[in-house]
Design a protein around this ligand. Structure first.
Ligand code: ADP
Length: 167
C-alpha cells in the first residue's frame, strides 16, 4: 500500500501526552507510524537521544503499529530511506500553523511525492509542549497528568536535586 508507513518527526524532549494523542490518532489511520526523533547536535536537549527513545518506546508500547526511530539530516531523505511518503505533524494553535505550513511547503518543494498530514490536537493538550513541561517541573509545578509516568520519573531523577527547597 502506498501510504502504509507514516513518519511522525520531532524533538520529543521529552514525549508528552499531547504527542501520544497525535500518535494514537495517526495509528488509527495508517498501517504503521514511526515516531522519529530528530538528532540535532546544534540544539541543546534536556534528554539524550537514547533517553528520549526509551521514554517514547515505553509510552507507546500499547500501540502495536507505532515504532520509534531517530534520524539526522534532512527529514525528506529519511522518509525516502524508510520508504514512507507521509509526514505527520500535530497542530495545537494557530501559532503553530505558520511555521508548520512553511515547513510543509519546503518539504514539498524538496520531495513532491511526500505529503504532510496535520492532526489537530485535543483542546486539553493545546497548551502542552515539552518545554513548558520542563519549565513547570523545574519550578516545582505538578506535571503528572501531562506526561507518561516513565517521563515523570525521569524528570524527577534529572531535576529533583535542583528543585527549589531540595538542596
Ligand atoms: P519540533 O521541535 O519538531 O516541533 P516537538 O517534539 O516539539 O518537535 O513536536 C513534534 C510534533 O508534535 C510537532 O508537530 C508539534 O506541533 C506536535 N505537538 C507537540 N505538542 C503537541 C500537543 N500538545 N498536541 C498536539 N501536537 C503536539
Amino acid at each position: 500500500m502506498k501510504r502504509a508507513l507514516a513518519v511522525y518527526p520531532g524533538s520529543f524532549d521529552p514525549i508528552t501526552n499531547g504527542h501520544i494523542y497525535i500518535a494514537e490518532c495517526a495509528s488509527a489511520i495508517f498501517d504503521e507510524v514511526r515516531l522519529s526523533i530528530l538528532v540535532n547536535p546544534q540544539k541543546r536537549s534536556t534528554f539524550s537521544v537514547d533517553e528520549r527513545h526509551t521514554m517514547a518506546q515505553e509510552a507507546l508500547s500499547g500501540l502495536p503499529n507505532v515504532t520509534v526511530g531517530h534520524f539526522e539530516g534532512l527529514l525528506v531523505d529519511y522518509l525516502r530511506q524508510q520508504n514512507s511518503q507521509v509526514i505527520i505533524r500535530g497542530l495545537r494553535a494557530v501559532s503553530d500553523f505558520e511555521y508548520e505550513f512553511q515547513m510543509a511547503l519546503m518539504n514539498r518543494r524538496l520531495a513532491p511525492e511526500i505529503e504532510t498530514f496535520f492532526i489537530v490536537t485535543d483542546p486539553k493538550y493545546s497548551y502542552l509542549s515539552s518545554s513548558t513541561v520542563r519549565d513547570v517541573f523545574q519550578f516545582g509545578g505538578p506535571v503528572q497528568d501531562m506526561v507518561p509516568c516513565g517521563v515523570f520519573r525521569r524528570l524527577r531523577e534529572r531535576f529533583l536535586s535542583r528543585l527549589p527547597g531540595t538542596g
